[in-house]
Ligand binder design. Structure first.
Ligand code: NAD
Length: 496
């Protein structure tokens, strides 16, 4: 069986560890390939290559770096169907959704094509008499990017276009569940003319991550994954002196106020709850129905859930399988538990008839009504196609529910009342807010990131915060000497 390896110095590198993990097609249950799992020696080969490439790349002119970014963008745009196919074959999401993922990643590449403007510094002439001050932002060095399974192309692209354009070199550690997209992107970089060693891929698990967190050459870490691992990565990386942004898990609430258009709200709940089989960090998982609309809203959501076509992502279905059998069973166990806890499973995805192999990891859309805040289907991030409905009496109760939740990634409100919407976006303690928009993922020129247990670190992803994260500020104060500048003065420098 073929083995997916690492990528170093613009070449495939099989590694020497001999450790592998299976890679599965979730729609068929079939193990299609293996992926190499790096040991410490393999990891050092990859990181050392990135460190060796750094001096020449950071000194490469902005004009040349930008030209490569534009070529990469063109190649990606031309061949993105190919990448979408790879994503579907290892993740399971339907092809149209995989293409959407690539397009959202491409937007960050397009943003990074403007790096000359984004890196412009400041200059003050005569800050003091004949003294000038200038500020620049310089690359941080080798950057480690550690990605989750659910967006094998888009999440790495939140980071590496900006990191590379800003003059850093990169080691990407993909999820072991869907490692091929990263290699495809590596080949594209090589075709675009990126010098060897600037973009590298390290396949592996905790061993590879730990080496990135400890290796002296690695200066910054961008991590995306579950909250416990994000906490670990943040604590370990910062203890080792690295700059870390660690994006964690989520529990995203959508509030539906009594004045909302319930048909539009139900459409939005279904799209945001069941798209990508709920395996999105911005998926809606908790519907908060305010006032006496709950019965009608639940009915409308269930009706729509019934119409969703489940099956192999290559066959034009609406929703694909879950990523692994273990994950499918874990999600199903939350539905079992909710039933035992007294919630009402009004639409049950545990039994489905998919358009695809019976060995796929299928679980259909599920709607659980009358959920309370102590039930595990509410307290835990399920990361599957399960919508929990919580019923509250008032806007204040809805707000309190969201603000008490330990996560703060995304949220949305559905209403036609502008005042209520404005109050919500002002008062809610969540990083990304949608008003009649269920998945408010910011555009590439804004920054993506949650609050509370959804992000550890100070800096969100992409946009100007991304540029800031991958660069360090430097301020230069200069005076060109003439004889009038002589004389001894031990005082603290002041302007004159
Ligand atoms: P995960 O935490 O299991 O894995 C993420 C990465 O960490 C992978 O590369 C994995 O190999 C590595 N890893 C796993 N165990 C590790 C360990 N013990 N030590 C060090 N590294 C380890 O996450 P996942 O299941 O791949 O992805 C789903 C999670 O990611 C969900 O919680 C989801 O909410 C979150 N996510 C968050 C965002 C966001 O923007 N906040 C975006 C996408 C996904």
């Amino acid at each position: 069986m073929s083995c997916i390896g690492h990528w170093v110095n613009n070449e495939a590198f099989p590694g020497a560890s001999g450790n592998t993990a299976p890679v599965t097609n979730p729609a068929t249950g079939e193990v299609t390939r293996e992926v190499a799992l790096a040991d410490v020696r393999d990891a050092r080969v990859v990181i050392d290559a990135a460190a060796a490439a750094l001096p020449a790349w950071r000194d490469t002119s902005l004009a040349k770096r930008t030209a490569i970014m534009f070529r990469f963008r063109e190649l990606l745009n031309q061949h993105k169907d190919e990448l979408a196919g790879i994503i579907t074959s290892e993740h399971g999401k339907v092809l149209s959704d995989a293409l959407g993922e690539v397009t959202r990643g491409q937007e960050v590449v397009e943003f990074a094509c403007g790096i000359p403007h984004l890196l412009k510094g400041g200059f003050s002439e005569n800050a003091s008499t004949e003294v000038d001050v200038l500020s620049v932002r310089q690359p941080v060095g080798v950057v480690g990017i550690i990605a989750p399974f659910n967006f094998p192309a888009m999440v790495p692209m939140w980071f590496f276009p900006i990191a590379i354009a800003a003059g850093n070199t990169v080691v990407l550690k993909p999820s072991e569940k869907d490692p091929s997209a990263a290699l495809w992107l590596s080949e594209l970089w090589a075709q675009a003319g990126l010098p060897a060693g600037v973009f590298n891929v390290l396949q592996g698990d905790k061993t590879a991550v730990d080496e990135l967190l400890c290796h002296r050459a690695v200066k910054a870490i961008s991590f995306v994954g579950s909250t416990p691992i994000a906490q670990y990565v943040y604590a370990t990386g910062t203890a080792n002196g690295k700059r870390v942004q660690a994006l964690g898990g989520a529990k995203n609430h959508a509030v539906v106020l009594p004045d909302a258009d319930l048909d539009l709200a139900a459409d939005a709940m279904v799209n945001a709850g069941f798209g990508s089989a709920g395996e999105r960090c911005m998926a809606i998982s908790a519907v908060v129905a305010v006032g006496d609309i709950a019965d009608e809203l639940v009915l409308k959501i269930a009706e729509r859930a019934k119409s969703i076509k489940i099956g192999d992502g290559t066959r034009g279905c609406d929703m694909g399988p879950l990523v692994t059998a273990a994950h499918r069973n874990r999600v199903a166990s939350y539905i079992d538990q909710a039933e035992q806890d007294g919630a009402a499973v009004v639409f049950d995805g545990r039994q489905v008839s998919p358009d695809g192999s019976e060995d796929g990891f299928w679980l259909g859309p599920t709607v659980i009504d009358r959920v309370s805040t102590d039930m595990s289907c509410y307290t835990d991030e399920i990361f599957g196609p399960v919508l929990s409905v919580l019923r509250v009496e008032s806007y204040d109760e809805a707000l309190e529910l969201i603000n008490s939740n330990p996560y703060g990634n995304g949220t949305a409100i559905f209403t036609n009342d502008g005042g209520a919407a404005r109050r919500f976006h002002n008062e809610v303690e969540v990083g990304m807010v949608g008003i009649n928009v269920p998945i408010p993922v910011p555009m590439a020129y804004y920054s993506f990131g949650g609050w509370k247990n959804s992000l550890f670190g100070d800096t969100h992803a992409h946009g100007t915060e991304g540029v800031h994260f991958f660069t360090r500020g430097k301020v230069v104060t200069s005076r060109w000497l003439n004889p009038s500048h002589g004389g001894i003065n031990l005082g603290f420098p002041q302007t004159s």
